[in-house]
Design a protein around this ligand. Structure first.
Ligand code: F6R
Length: 359
């Protein structure tokens, strides 16, 4: 049931604090589903392969894995990976991520990984799914059934599992000490309450939706994991509101795309990571100079961003690694309210199915 919410998408967005909390409370299950120290010591590279939103979770996971474990991580789109030349052998850990556990291209990618003798690990939201059953190790998101076609809480669950997995691998390999492990875990435990803060006041999201509903095309920008968040926001807007949008690494704008920008342009800028937000803010002021309208997602600390944006959504501070868990929530709500403003069938976008079982 929708628990009093108008749509499953909104209900599932609001379930996210609970989803994170559940996984954290049962985090031993994640650690117990991981490879052993001895097995992990044999790994010299990690591939993360998935489709759509699940791939975006994986691209955030890459930042965490590389930072905490020092092992190089390659991310790839399942439908590309399965047919391209790839560098996998028995020293490769192949991580596949899939909400449904039934996505045809992800299964194809996994079959290829198994053929090349990679160690395999899956992160799914369906325990007895094809993908979960095919991998040596399987981790369960436990987000509850996701009904809305646009994925929200499953993405949040995938991020949570990926961060715990990264911590566990890093500790087993002694790439981090227990203090670092505890520090990141403590920050993770604060995330549910911080998501609740983002969910409290909906005014700004509705206001932005009003601005976007007449737009034919727009941009999302960001750097580092803020760019991954921009990609996820752009996908969410496309699928629910049918508005064309393109995500851009902020620094790439001036290498071509800036030519499009004029006073009719609208941009969502994600500038929430402390290391990179100042750089993205420079791009925001350049966009303002061209007359564009900019809606930004940032933190309290960035006054310049606020001064240069038409509307700024402030998210609570957390460590940079975990920013994607907070910055995505305003984007989900913007996509939801824009679809609503356009009168679209939010939970059942046209031309899409929940589980893509053909390639
Ligand atoms: C977007 C969305 C899709 C899925 C993709 C993979 O909101 O839901 O992009 O993420 O089709 O599906 P799973 O995770 O079931 O493999």
């Amino acid at each position: 049931s929708k628990d009093g919410f108008e749509h499953y998408m909104l209900k599932e967005i609001y379930e996210q604090p609970k989803v994170v909390k559940n996984i954290l409370e049962n985090r031993e299950e994640i650690y117990n589903s991981n490879f052993s120290k001895e097995e992990l010591e044999q790994i010299d590279k990690i591939y993360i392969v998935a489709c759509g939103t699940a791939l975006h979770a994986g691209q955030n996971g890459k930042f965490a894995l590389e930072m905490l474990t020092g092992i190089p991580v390659i991310t790839d789109i399942a439908s590309e990976f399965r047919y391209n030349d790839v560098f996998i052998d028995e020293k490769t850990l192949l991580i596949v991520i899939s909400q449904s556990g039934e996505t045809a291209d992800t299964i194809g990618a996994l079959e290829k990984g198994i053929r090349y003798k990679a160690k395999t690990l899956s992160i799914t939201n369906v325990m007895d799914s094809t993908i979960a059953n095919m991998t040596e190790k399987s981790m369960f998101c436990n987000a509850g059934p996701e009904i809305s076609i646009a994925s929200t809480k499953a993405y949040m669950a995938q991020l949570t599992v990926l961060f715990l997995l990264s911590l566990d691998i890093a500790l087993k390999l002694k790439a981090i000490d227990t203090q670092t492990f505890d520090k990141v875990l403590a920050s993770l435990k604060e995330i549910p309450e911080k998501i609740n803060i983002v969910l409290k006041d909906l005014t700004a999201y509705k206001e932005i939706a009003k601005e976007l509903k007449e737009v034919n095309s727009m941009f999302y920008i960001g750097r580092g994991s803020d760019f991954i968040t921009a990609k996820e926001g752009s996908l969410k807007l496309k699928e629910t509101s049918y508005i064309h949008s393109e995500p851009f690494p902020a620094g790439e704008l001036k290498h071509g795309t800036m030519a499009i920008i004029d006073e009719t342009s609208k941009i969502i800028a994600v500038a929430a990571q402390s290391g990179l937000d100042a750089k993205t803010t420079v791009n925001v002021s350049e966009l303002k100079d061209k007359g564009a309208k900019v809606f930004s997602i940032g933190t309290e600390e960035n006054e310049v961003l606020k001064n240069n944006s038409d509307i700024t959504i402030l998210i609570p501070k957390t460590i940079d690694l975990l920013v994607p868990m907070l910055a995505v929530v305003p984007e989900q709500l913007i996509a939801y309210y824009t679809a609503l403003a356009k009168g679209n069938d939010v939970d059942h976008p046209r031309n899409l199915t929940k589980s893509v079982i053909s390639e």
